[in-house]
Design a protein around this ligand. Structure first.
Ligand code: NAD
Length: 411
């Protein structure tokens, strides 16, 4: 008989009974107060030092304890306003110092509410003047996908580091241009793959990679929601020139990321299928539902999907020879739920929630201050964009596409 039990595989886990999962969950703030911030238990792999420090950084290091880097947020849309800007209050090494928006009234309102001085409000036309503002260390780009490359390059030209939202850009060429621009400017580039800074995902990754589930045979991950043309943030998502693609680019990237970070491998083959109702005006330019399979060098398979016309789903499942793990929701902003099942038992895993956005920004700030490579650099974004393009190609050609790969994420 299946039962819930309280014994843990890991010291970091706080297990609870059937009714206790949500009731016992800590708020993001409480979790941070208890030290559950970056990585929720120290499961981030050690950072790797990279090349020679920029002269300015050499001069600045080591940073005074408690120093916060100044961020300019570019694009004041729903994600920036509802998730990122409020999360600065929970960050330890990052602070909001500037905003960039095409809407001066909105920018002034946000600036006033968050203590940003009038002098640090920029429009897209005055963006390049950030070069003269020493308070800004990092530019966080939260614009429609097709604008990521342009603003990244401009930010590097202004001498700033760049945190860029997912997907990194629309084409692999754009991603390569962004990486090159960062190298030329001797500045760092990180892609905002928040799930890689979220405690439940980190724990799932650890369990899979440390063999607690046995040999991983299959990973499944599904991300879906209903695209709503009445919502402004969904309007550009229906325009290929702005979004780059449909559900695959927007949320299928979470399914792809899950398969890569759970296995720690790079896929060697991809096979994709796409369905969009031709009579649905939402899908004139971008795709609706995508199912795709990956094959990894170890033999592990991944069955992944994304959709713009299903009820909400944000799920990851990992099937190992000893146990299976379900994280559902897996890539929510908070309130994740994890269940691990073996033949004999089923247990809920509870770990303190943490503000993944603050953790992500602080990881980048620390990487800059300590001159280390961030965990999710531009190369990570480029890998995903290449694989997503291969999914499209596979669906077009009706056959699997072989991927050039080193076989490992190197993490
Ligand atoms: P949004 O439409 O709410 O915000 C986009 C902002 O860009 C708006 O303020 C808009 O005015 C501005 N903008 C500037 N130029 C524009 C143009 N030419 N066309 C349209 N808008 C323009 O969208 P969003 O949902 O906040 O998404 C923004 C980015 O953040 C996307 O890259 C998206 O993938 C990413 N995102 C990431 C997450 C995550 O969990 N990591 C969640 C949501 C969105």
């Amino acid at each position: 008989m299946t039962k819930l039990f309280d014994a843990g595989l890991s010291r970091r886990l706080f297990l609870c009974g059937t009714g206790g999962l949500l009731g016992g969950a800590l708020s993001p703030t409480a979790a941070f107060a208890q030290g559950g911030g970056n990585g929720g238990g120290g499961v981030l792999p050690p950072d790797r030092p990279t090349g020679r420090p920029h002269p300015k950084m050499e001069k600045e290091m080591p940073e005074a304890p408690g120093k916060r880097l100044g961020y300019a947020v570019v694009g004041l849309g729903q994600f920036a306003l509802n998730q990122i800007i409020p999360s600065f209050a929970e960050s330890k090494s990052s602070k909001l110092v500037a905003v960039v928006s095409g809407n001066p009234d909105k920018a002034r309102d946000v600036a006033t509410r968050h203590g940003v001085p009038e002098t640090n409000i920029y429009g897209y036309d005055t963006f390049d003047r950030i070069a003269e503002n020493d308070e800004i260390d990092v530019v966080y780009i939260i614009l429609p996908n097709s604008l990521h490359a342009e603003y990244t390059v401009r930010a590097f030209k202004a001498g700033k580091h760049v945190l860029c939202e997912k997907p990194m850009a629309v084409t692999p060429d754009e991603c390569e241009t962004m990486i090159r621009a960062g190298r030329e400017a001797n500045r760092k580039l990180m892609i905002a793959y928040r799930a890689q800074y979220e405690p439940y995902n980190l724990e799932a990754m650890r369990m899979a990679r440390e063999g607690e589930l046995g040999a991983i045979r299959l990973v499944t991950s599904d991300h879906g929601r209903v695209l709503d043309p009445k919502v402004p943030a969904d309007q550009w998502r229906m325009v290929k020139a702005l979004a780059g693609g449909g559900s695959l680019y927007d949320i299928g990237i979470y399914s792809l990321q899950a398969a890569r970070y759970i296995t720690g491998e790079e896929p060697v083959e991809v096979y994709g299928r796409i369905f969009s109702d031709p009579s649905d005006p939402r899908f004139k330019e971008v795709e609706d539902t995508v199912a795709f399979q990956l094959r990894f060098p170890s033999g592990t398979l991944a069955n992944l999907s994304s959709s713009y016309s299903t009820a909400p789903v944000k799920r990851i499942q990992v099937f190992g020879s000893k146990a299976s793990l379900t994280l559902d929701p897996a890539t929510e902003y908070y309130k994740h739920q994890m269940i691990v099942k073996t033949e004999m038992e089923e247990r809920r895993v509870q770990i303190p929630e943490a503000n993944q956005f603050a953790a992500e920004m602080d990881h980048f700030s620390k990487a800059i201050m300590e001159n280390r490579e961030p965990k999710t650099p531009g190369e990570e974004g480029l890998r995903d964009v290449r694989i997503l393009q291969a999914v499209y190609r596979s669906a077009r050609e009706g056959q699997p596409i072989s991927l050039e790969t080193t076989g490992s994420t190197g993490k």
